[in-house]
Design a protein around this ligand. Sequence first.
Ligand code: GLU
Length: 473
Amino acid sequence: MVRVRFAPSPTGFLHIGNVRTALFNFLYAKKEGGKFILRIEDTDVERSKQEYHDALMEDLLWMGIRWDEGPEVGGAYGPYLASERFSIYQQYTNELIQQGKAYHCYVTEEEIGEMKQLARAEKRPPRFDNRGRDFTKAEIERRKAQGIRSTVRFKIENPNLEIHDLIRGKVSFNLDEMLGDFIILRQDGSPTFHLAVCVDDGLMQVTHVIRGEDHLSNTPKHILLLEAMGFKPPQYGHLSLIHGEGGEPLSKRLESVSVREFRRRGILPHALANYIALLGWSPGTNQEIFQWEELQKAFDLAQVNKHASTYDSKKLDWVNGQHLRLLSDEDFAKHALAYLKEQKVLRFDETLVHKILPVFKDNIERFDQLPERLEILRDDFAYENKSLIQTAEAKEAFQAALSLLPHLRGNGEALFDEFVNQLKPKVKVKGKSLFMPLRMALTGKKHGPELKRIFPVLGLDLVKKRLERALNA
Ligand code: GLU
């Protein structure tokens, strides 16, 4: 059975990079009928915050990414918070030490600093030279007496320097980077990321690790460590970086690509998932728009490529626009209203807003464009072009319109047809010369959704108010 995990560190908000990792793991699990685990990697106690922990779960759920095991839902392999597993890490460390696979290392920070400096001066890679392995008992006692505390290092022996990556194929590593024994337990007894991730992947029986390219160089270490602890290493797949719009690494502008920010801009969760899926995955056809269920069926890890991708906010907006059009009018209004409330920008009567919202479905790309569009509900909106409603012909048309309003009986779009049919014989102007002033009087704008749709939504009372206001403008 496929078992995958998303293992974020709660040190910041979810952004497009780590949410892609979450999504690909989730989609892979769905596709394979496997399990998707959420594991919070809060080994860095100082930088980890409850606020980020809560936010990342909320953001995942908002996206529709649900975990089969993890915080809140539980599971047979818990706890799912690294901070609650410290005694387990300790136990594995002790076993490694007993088996001679790891050792207490009394080399100081200063010595490591000097080692690095020398390596730099001699133009060698700054790796640890394993000197702590060979300290005599007397040397260790001398250091202990000076108050030096040990770290625990894992011994690298016969490193296997080649892996088969699910996305990148065969990957070889540089011997010089690999040879240094690495720390698994810090001086204060806390585990490093390497130890926690390996113990957890091992015990949680993770079969596939899909994660960012930034972890590629850790993978040989992880395979060695897992094997030393008696676990069968999972298969690894590393996703390529996502670049920013100017080609810069995305890490420079994480705020603007956080899930929070997309949400604030009124991107639909499933449109975001659709867009993110395309950052690395190509379906092999021209299809770009995938509904959520469809995406879960279509996604295939074998079609994820190793090319770097570029975040393109215009493309995301376009994908979002396509998803908006796919919604029924009712669903559009429901989602849009929820957005306006969540962002605290609902400024008009809710029933009226709900009624008018579908009118905008075809001509917005994001919900954050709605507050401006909804300004047409203001009684005192500004006219984009006042001269259009100040001509004698326009005023005559408004008068005529006002006089026939009480006689209208129709409903919906038929109401507007009835209005126009009765109005036409009463006025000299026709076509554009009639409709432009009418649009200006009713909406304050030169362009926008069809009058036919707005008219019945405004209703006769508001239409009357607007015509009277235009007459006096
Ligand atoms: N906590 C790590 C990260 O956020 C997870 C690494 C992994 O998936 O193995 O990058």
